[in-house]
Design a protein around this ligand. Structure first.
Ligand code: SER
Length: 316
């Protein structure tokens, strides 16, 4: 049985990934960790929880050794909009944290899965159907740490034969946990406001297409890529994965099918819009489909229906 450590376990992805992994591998075999020392809730209460600041390598090593960890899902990171407000902190957490995880993994022979992002691409990248292997010159600090992180994970695989794997996540949409400080967050906030106030002012402009994904597909991707046959993996860090691409107008039109009185307005944030404009419109994910059977279940219509149903219950 695997012994798994998840860093950033209380974040948007972590809080759902931990529960899924505990279901599959047993509660005691999945150690959740985060920097938060006052946390409560199902992640903290349903299995082991350890406080880890990923910039502290010795603390990471202590937890890995204590539980005989063999697989690390490293999720602790700052997102794009927050990163632009404090580039030094983004570098320290995203690069410093990943470097520590890789070093501890090397010394303890752990597999490592860490997400990259559509932010690893930049303005010179082909915008539509962005290929797996292409120009990557991001213009945000978050993107710089993501592309450097992909390369660092490849390096540890090549040099030390460490089993590193990852995917490039688009904007992630979930009714369970909120994202924090991302460029794609509008696509989550819009659902809350649609249900509560029947209107939303988007900080991303009309006509701005970005890849998005519903959380159940994102969680499946993280589980599936770590269970994939390594002999079939040509690309390890990191795979393009895609399931839907839309702009605010398309999302609003889909929401209106369920809430006809919903109105979309715009209050564009120039700084965040600049980030969105530097990212691709849509990714080509054929390598992920071929090499490990990536097969998303939710398109825009299915995601919107499920989001509204679940969020309406939650916000009652
Ligand atoms: N959702 C992330 C962000 O907007 C992209 O990886 O920063």
């Amino acid at each position: 049985m695997k012994k798994i450590l998840v860093t950033g376990a209380l974040g948007q992805i972590g809080s759902e990934l931990v529960m899924k992994l505990r279901e599959s591998y047993g509660n005691d075999n999945v150690v959740a960790s985060d920097i938060n020392d006052k946390a409560t809730g199902e992640v903290v209460e349903s299995g082991p929880y350890e406080i880890i600041d990923v910039t502290d390598e010795s603390r990471l090593a202590e937890v890995v050794e204590k539980y005989n960890i063999d697989t690390i899902y490293h999720l602790a990171a700052l997102l794009s909009a927050t990163g632009e407000k404090n580039p030094a902190l983004a570098w320290n957490i995203n690069m410093g944290g990943l470097f520590n995880v890789l070093e501890v993994a090397r010394k303890n022979n752990c597999a490592v899965c860490t997400p990259s992002s559509i932010a690893a691409f930049g303005p010179s990248t082909p915008k539509d159907n962005t290929p797996q292997d292409t120009l990557m010159r991001p213009t945000t600090i978050y993107g710089v740490t993501k592309v450097a992180g992909e390369l660092l994970c490849d390096y540890y695989h090549e040099k030390y034969n460490l089993d590193t794997r990852g995917v490039r996540f688009p904007g992630l949409i979930s009714h369970k946990s909120l994202p924090g400080g991302g460029t794609t967050d509008y696509a989550v906030h819009i659902f809350y406001e649609a249900i509560k106030n029947k209107k939303y002012a988007s900080f991303i402009d009309k006509g701005t297409y970005m890849d998005m994904m519903y959380m159940p597909d994102a969680i499946t991707a993280l589980v599936k890529i770590m269970e994939a046959d390594p002999s079939k993996l040509v690309h390890r860090n990191a795979f393009n994965i895609a399931s839907m691409s839309f702009d605010p107008e398309m999302l609003a039109a889909e929401i209106k099918k369920h809430i006809p009185e919903f109105e979309l307005e715009y209050d564009v944030d120039a700084d965040i819009q600049k980030i969105a404009d530097s990212w691709p419109n849509s990714l080509d994910d054929k390598e992920a489909r071929e090499e490990w059977g990536w097969d998303p279940q939710y398109d825009l219509a299915a995601m919107t229906k499920d989001m509204l149903e679940n969020l309406s219950k939650k916000l009652k």
